[in-house]
Design a protein around this ligand. Structure first.
Ligand code: C2E
Ligand code: CA
Ligand code: CA
Length: 653
């Protein structure tokens, strides 16, 4: 109990908690500043007392000199101490201060007591005044450490007043009483001061903690905003910032290369094997890229299956090509995911740049993007480095974009029609509507070029609907059973009410649904397979013929033939060209026709350009054909006349 009281009384603080540590620090810092002053004050006071009391030696020593020597030693110690000392060291020093304060106060009290006992009268008043001034000054100076600050009052001022109150001199007794009152009030003040001090330190420590937490949250937010969740790589934003720094010359690179890499056939893998497999492939590709690019490079995921890479110290096109080739060689190899083997293959477009060149990150990325298109055009797993001539398509694209956004687009885009011919009878089965756009500046622009751009700009919806109504109205003038074959864009196919809107348009044009052929491509299906599937099922149910276009041009996933019911498959022109070129090609074409036959799906060969091709198709049992050799695309009026004719004579002799 007593020990606890003593411990509480002599308490210097604790360092187990953050608030405790903060309190110890604050006390220590304040003490460090004040203690040297206290020692000077004590020494000056004691010398004053020594002089006032007649300058005699007590206990055989000169007390003020002894205290002054001790003071010099402690002052030096405190001045040497630094504010950022270890907490345990601070605590030890403060405990020493408490004990030393106790020792000095006791010693000074004893000296004062001896002085009072040995001399009477005026001296006792001087002793009381000098002694209590020393005590009050020391208490004030030690106030940051209340355990030490109480001691001069309790061990020196009050006992001295008590002893002095026994004096026969009334003045001395009066002074002793008032000093006692002052000392008691000061003790109370110290307690109040201390709790305020603690409260301030505590709230300061809470604020510091909150700031720390806020800083942590800020760092986390920055991390989340600049990191790709799936791969842990920097994201597009961080990559653009790195590019910015490289261009501005903040980094050490004098010249560098920027690459955009794109996984080949990723969408098909993702759609066929699921997103978990796709994600895993992206992770594997990202790890390989980081390893291959080296420590100085910045590898980022720009989004989807696209990665960005910033390669330092790359000078010129040839070095850029070599570096990117080496990276692809290290990355493009098989990977096993969930028991299946996939070939990871990427294309890379690179743009080279120098620091302080004044080019913007978006411009560099656009250059690398153009080079990427070029690489993809060449083949999978290729690298292309940007060169000036690649800009021509960019300029053309910008012009097309502008023209597509002009208000009178509908009036400038027209339709031509190309028949699909029954190769057994020569009769027209259907006419395919093909969009035609002749721009005043750009000349004739192929739908293969402007349709994808219109899709990206989101202007395809209006245009397609306009063309669709036009084609429906035209087709209603053709004799039965000639059908209209219409190419549906991804947006038209994947809208929520696409099928209903289409049936409604047919109704208004008075074209029976059975006279419509819906041509869809694999890429259009990929946009939203489930939606497309649902819309196509509705149209099929209503009597429309569903046609898979360009089979054999892209990935020709046989999976689609299983998942979706098609009535007709259009074999891409490439299959026919290859069949004429070599026997492997012919066997492949035969196998595809056989496969469609087995599935009960009619085949239409596209791009029939010669008599030889036509004969081959007939011999392989292909039911229908379309192409320049049979009939070129023609105007609506020509097509109307042609559809009313008796068709073509197919000479297979
Ligand atoms: P597609 O659906 O495969 O259309 C056939 C393309 O082959 C047409 O090109 C046609 O003119 C061309 N062609 C026909 N016979 C031959 C031939 O013997 N040899 C060669 N080399 N080509 C032949 P076009 O009109 O330039 O259309 C290109 C693509 O644009 C179309 O490919 C189709 O996917 C798309 N497209 C055309 N019109 C529209 C449309 O109104 N809406 C949508 N969404 N897409 C359209
Ligand atoms: Ca087509
Ligand atoms: Ca086609």
């Amino acid at each position: 109990m007593l020990r606890m009281l003593v411990r509480r009384f002599l308490d210097a603080g604790e360092i187990e908690t953050a608030a405790g540590r903060a309190l110890v620090e604050e006390r220590y810092t304040a003490l460090r500043r004040q203690i040297p002053i206290i020692y000077v004050l004590i020494a000056v006071n004691l010398f004053g007392l020594q002089v006032a009391s007649g300058g005699v030696l007590e206990f055989g020593v000169n007390v003020p000199s002894a205290v002054a020597i001790c003071a010099l030693f402690r002052i030096a110690q405190w001045l040497r101490a630094s504010d950022d000392a270890d907490h345990a060291v601070m605590l030890r020093r403060m405990r020493q201060t408490i004990w030393l304060a106790l020792a000095i106060c006791l010693f000074v009290f004893l000296w004062c007591h001896v002085l009072i006992q040995s001399r009477e009268g005026a001296v006792s008043m001087d002793v009381l005044l000098f002694g209590s001034m020393t005590a009050i000054g020391a208490a004030y100076g030690l106030s940051p450490l209340p355990a030490a600050a109480r001691l001069p009052l309790l061990v020196l001022a009050l006992p001295l007043a008590a002893v002095s109150s026994l004096s026969t001199d009334l003045h001395t007794v009066g002074a002793a009483l008032s000093i006692s009152v002052v000392a008691l009030l000061l003790l109370r003040l110290l307690a109040v001061n201390n709790s305020q001090f603690q409260a301030v330190v505590e709230s300061r420590s809470i604020i510091a903690r909150q700031q720390e937490l806020a800083e942590g949250a800020r760092q986390e937010a920055i991390h989340a905003a600049t990191t790709d969740f799936l791969t842990g790589l920097p994201n597009r934003r961080a990559f653009v910032a790195a590019l910015d720094a490289a261009i501005a010359g903040d980094s050490k690179m004098a010249s560098f290369a920027v690459g955009i890499l794109d996984l080949d056939r990723f969408k098909v893998v993702n759609d066929t094997y699921g997103h978990a497999t796709g994600d895993e492939l992206l992770r594997i590709a990202s790890k390989r890229l980081v390893a291959a690019a080296g420590k100085k490079a910045v590898v980022a995921r720009l989004g989807g299956d696209e990665f960005g890479i910033l390669l330092p110290d790359v000078h010129g096109t040839a070095q850029a090509q070599r570096t990117a080739d080496a990276i692809l060689a290290a990355v493009c190899r098989p990977a096993d995911v969930e028991g299946r083997r996939f070939l990871i293959s990427l294309c890379c477009g690179v743009a080279t740049a120098k620091k302080a060149s004044g080019r913007s990150p978006s411009r560099l990325l656009a250059d690398a993007d153009l080079a990427l298109y070029e690489a993809k055009d060449r083949s999978a797993g290729r690298v292309a480095v940007f060169e000036g001539w690649m800009e021509a398509p960019r300029r053309r694209r910008a012009q097309i974009e502008r023209a597509l956004q002009l208000a009178d687009l509908h009036e400038r885009v027209d339709l031509v029609y190309q028949p699909i011919i029954d190769l057994n009878t020569g009769q027209v089965i259907a006419n395919e509507a093909l969009a035609r756009w002749t721009d005043d500046e750009l000349g004739e622009i192929s739908p293969a070029e402007f349709v994808p751009i219109a899709e990206q700009l989101n202007v395809i919806g209006d245009l397609s609907d306009h063309l669709m109504v036009k084609a429906f109205t035209e087709a209603a003038t053709w004799p039965e059973p000639v059908r209209l074959s219409f190419n549906f864009s991804a947006i038209q196919l994947c809208g929520q009410d696409s099928a209903a809107a289409l049936l409604d348009a047919l109704d208004r044009a008075k074209l029976p649904t059975r006279r419509l052929q819906v041509e869809v491509t694999e890429t259009a299906l990929l946009r939203d397979f489930d939606r497309a599937n649902a819309n196509l099922a509705l149209l099929r149910e209503a009597g429309a013929t569903i046609v898979l276009d360009d089979f054999g041009a892209g990935f020709a996933s046989i999976g689609y033939l299983r998942k979706l019911r098609f009535d007709q498959i259009k074999l891409d022109g490439g299959l026919l060209t290859a069949a004429i070129d070599n026997s492997d090609g012919e066997r492949l074409l035969m196998a595809v026709i056989g496969l469609c036959d087995a599935l009960g799906v009619a085949t239409v060969a596209e791009h029939v350009e010669s008599e030889e091709q036509l004969k081959l198709l007939v011999s392989l049992g292909c039911g229908a054909g379309q192409g320049f050799w049979l009939q070129r695309p023609m105007s609506a009026a020509e097509c109307r006349r042609f559809s009313q004719s008796s068709g073509l004579v197919i000479d297979t002799g």
